[in-house]
Design a protein around this ligand. Structure first.
Ligand code: ZN
Length: 125
């Protein structure tokens, strides 16, 4: 069974970009999912040679969660997962409440929950 870890890098002065990571099958690299990249430079600095980004998750559309998406997609050709109702750029995988998404190579599954928080109404984040 693969060991999953979560870490973060600080961005701006008051926010974090979360990284979900799993050691690859051959143990040669870490495969990571980037959550809410408000700043691409912060992520790129954190990613080293033996780290393989696999996807971007975005919880809502505010720029401190999304401003780094375009650059990271251009650099790493990553799929972007976000709400089906979102206005987030470059979403390749629109997702909705109750859905499960699986990353076979990482041995991970995620249950999608709609949690509106401060991003307007349910389903709008
Ligand atoms: Zn926000």
């Amino acid at each position: 069974m693969k060991k999953t870890s979560v870490s973060y890098v600080s961005e701006f002065n008051d926010n974090y970009i979360w990284l979900v990571h799993v050691l690859s099958k051959n143990k040669a690299e870490l495969e990571i999912i980037i959550v809410d990249p408000g700043d691409a430079s912060t992520v790129i600095r954190a990613i080293q040679e033996q780290i393989q980004p696999k996807a971007i998750f975005v919880i809502h559309h505010h720029c401190d969660h999304t401003a780094g998406i375009n650059r990271l997609v251009d650099k790493f050709q990553l799929p972007v997962y976000a709400s089906i109702n979102s206005i987030i750029p470059k979403v390749s995988h629109p997702i909705s409440h109750g859905q499960t998404i699986t990353f076979e190579s990482m041995g991970l599954s995620f249950q999608i929950l709609s949690v509106p928080g401060h991003a307007q109404k349910r389903g709008d984040n």
